[in-house]
Design a binder for this molecule. Structure first.
Ligand code: SAM
Length: 222
């Protein structure tokens, strides 16, 4: 069926172009010990996040949703010397796993995993007047995405890039009548982006090991 073909092609592309070193493979494997096994990005998606970080020369990265730290490691490596990734995670169990994975991947000193509800953690960053972030990856509880986006606008600058995962959700986000709170969250976030003249955005559908889904890529222009 088409899902198994998409999986085969994803594996082919990952094996051919991307690969994972031992630390990334270990981080992915450790996801089984988290509260939500297997929902981290794929290696080719991780590389995309890393390349975007490198392309804009991002040194300061903010992430919503750490899990085992898989995407965090890709982004932390991409920030280079002096980079920092602040990652917000609800579950202490996941945060501990992610910190250990970051150590093993050689980026332990570049990551800061903050435990607690991301809304409160992000609000605390706003209140502390944190130095703005250059790149943001939103990948936590999907229904809260509009709130996360509002907070992100308080801690970014013109030129910052924001990526939101899971904006397609097997096509369900195109359904204006959906009562699924995760779908409604994504639709609200996309509408908010479209209504904000400070933001330029696109979104792309993807198929592969994560099923049928997609990323929104947003650039803050003012
Ligand atoms: N970005 C990770 C990666 O690709 O490697 C995957 C993150 S996973 C999709 C979502 C994470 O968000 C889970 O670890 C979950 O515990 C966390 N999460 C869920 N609700 C949250 C909340 N309210 N605040 C912070 N984190 C939350």
């Amino acid at each position: 069926d088409s899902q198994s073909q998409w999986d085969d092609v994803d594996r082919y592309l990952i094996d051919t172009l991307v690969g994972e070193d031992a630390a990334l493979a270990a981080a992915r494997a450790s996801s089984r010990d988290t509260t939500a096994p297997g929902i981290e990005v794929t290696a080719n998606q991780g590389r995309l996040l890393g390349m975007l970080v490198e392309l804009i020369g991002a040194k300061r990265v903010l992430e919503f949703g750490t899990l085992a730290g898989y995407s965090m490691i890709w982004m932390a490596r991409a920030t280079g010397e002096g980079g920092v990734v602040t990652s917000l995670e609800l579950e202490e169990q996941n945060a501990a796993i992610a910190r250990a994975n970051a150590e093993r991947a050689g980026v332990g000193d570049r990551v800061d995993v903050i435990v607690g509800p991301a809304r409160a953690s992000a609000q605390a960053l706003v209140d502390a007047g944190v130095e703005p972030y250059d790149f943001v990856f939103i990948d936590a509880d999907k229904q809260s995405t509009p709130e996360y986006l509002r907070l992100v606008l308080e801690v970014t600058h013109p030129g910052s890039v924001i990526v939101i995962d899971n904006v397609v959700r097997e096509g369900s986000t195109a359904d204006a009548d959906s009562t699924d709170e995760q779908v409604r969250g994504m639709r609200t976030a996309l509408a908010d982006i479209a209504a904000n003249p400070a933001l330029e955005a696109t979104a792309l559908q993807t198929v592969g090991l994560k099923g049928w889904d997609g990323f929104a890529i947003i650039r803050r222009v003012s």
